[in-house]
Design a protein around this ligand. Structure first.
Ligand code: HBI
Length: 388
């Protein structure tokens, strides 16, 4: 009798496993037609869009790798090597960083943002979901007017009440529709609890691990603009005598010129805004990446790119970076503005195992890990939308 019961039980178990695998296959078998709408502040590939350009291209890669189709809509002059891109003419949107505290929305005449969304409205019937990368009021407001679900990637911390207010309204009407990189970024918004924490992923195969750089040098990566705090990295470079290689778009020229005047003895080498291939080649030669944000950093793409090359990160305790950098394991966390803390950390870099940086990256920030999370998010949004 007992033998019969045991045999029946194993049969039931085997059946259960089969059913769950079958449902998994049908769930992940859903292949979506996705329309990505890029940031309206600059052409994709120009560097004006900062980290969000890398985010968009990597999200496209991650989802295409899983069998979904992706098309990108972006301002005229944009380029993408990843998938089909439709370029839209119009005047660029004013950067949200210049609208801190704003309680009204500014749109130029013949706005590229407006034109991109008019195009999206026309073609929406060919897609299962729209993925918006703009940090702007209009796409959020348009969400309930579209006949397909719209997912929003909020790429910066809270900057203005007018955007925060629309984020709260949108996520009320379309729960789960809005994602941010990190919990720290979500917490800056009134609707923080309703935001999806999606992390980030990069294509690890694009980054070469460097076990030992040829010579001691520091790196800094980011849009050269006051909120990114380059002056502190320049001061640390001047105090330690180490060369500082700077990568990114000069968004504020007078700010950059002032830094060179303020730190005449610092060995500063401006390398421009480089594509990933060239950036990772130079980044890998660094003893450390300095991240000195003077705002709440939403994520810090540069940090995971540095880890991919085996480069430890010395960063201010700001926003998403506190969730990425493992203090004293993959780098050092320093109180915001504490330049002497940066200098102390630089002197302790030999304590950090560069391989540990690469291993953390592969475990937590690969395209596969991130693609899986994005796909599950979209499955939720599409099924919720269809269930309405
Ligand atoms: N400002 N208005 C606006 N819209 C954006 O999409 C935007 C921005 N400022 C900066 C920016 N995007 C990106 O550089 C960051 O999201 C990384």
């Amino acid at each position: 009798m007992a033998a019969l019961r045991a045999a029946t039980l194993s049969w039931v178990l085997a059946l259960d496993i089969l059913i769950s695998q079958a449902t998994n296959i049908t769930m992940s078998n859903q292949k979506y037609r996705l329309l990505f709408l890029s940031t309206p502040v600059g052409a994709l590939g120009s560097g004006v869009g900062g980290g969000v350009e890398l985010t968009l291209q990597n999200a496209a890669k991650a989802l295409i790798a899983r069998g979904h189709s992706v098309e990108i809509v972006a301002p005229a002059g944009s380029i993408s090597h990843v998938t089909k891109l439709t370029a839209i003419a119009g005047n660029m949107q004013i950067s949200a960083q210049t609208q801190v505290g704003a309680d009204m929305v500014v749109l130029p005449q013949n706005s590229v943002l407006e034109n991109m969304w008019s195009y999206a409205r026309e073609v929406q019937g060919q897609f299962d979901l729209i993925f918006n990368f703009a940090y702007d009021w209009l796409p959020l407001y348009l969400t309930p007017f579209f006949q397909v679900p719209i997912a929003h990637w909020i790429s910066m911390s809270s900057l203005s009440p007018v955007i925060d207010g629309m984020i709260s309204k949108t996520v009320q009407q379309s729960p789960k529709a809005i994602a941010v990189n990190t919990r720290a970024c979500a917490d800056t918004f009134t609707a923080g609890e309703q935001l999806m924490i999606m992390g980030k992923g990069i294509d690890v195969s694009q980054y070469q691990f460097v076990a030992k750089p040829d010579r001691p040098q520091l790196a800094w990566v980011g849009r050269i603009s006051p909120e990114k705090g380059l002056e502190d990295a320049a001061e640390a470079a001047q105090c330690t005598g180490l060369p500082l290689h700077i990568f990114g778009l000069i968004q504020d020229l007078s700010y950059w010129q002032q830094i060179q005047l303020d730190f005449p003895k610092a060995k500063l080498y401006y390398e421009g805004f480089l594509a990933t291939e060239q950036l990772q080649e130079r980044l890998g030669q660094s003893s450390a990446l300095l991240m000195t944000p003077r705002w709440i950093e939403a994520f810090g793409n540069a940090a995971i790119e540095a880890f991919a090359c085996g480069v430890p990160v010395i960063s201010y305790r700001s926003g998403g970076l506190t969730e990425i950098v493992r203090d004293r394991q993959t780098g050092f966390l320093v109180d915001m503005g504490d330049v002497s803390g940066l200098i102390d950390a630089i002197s302790q870099l030999d304590q950090i195992d560069r391989l540990a940086c690469r291993q953390q990256l592969e475990a937590e920030y690969s395209l596969e890990v991130w693609g899986d999370r994005l796909e599950r998010w979209f499955e939720q949004l599409v099924s919720d939308y269809r269930a309405k």
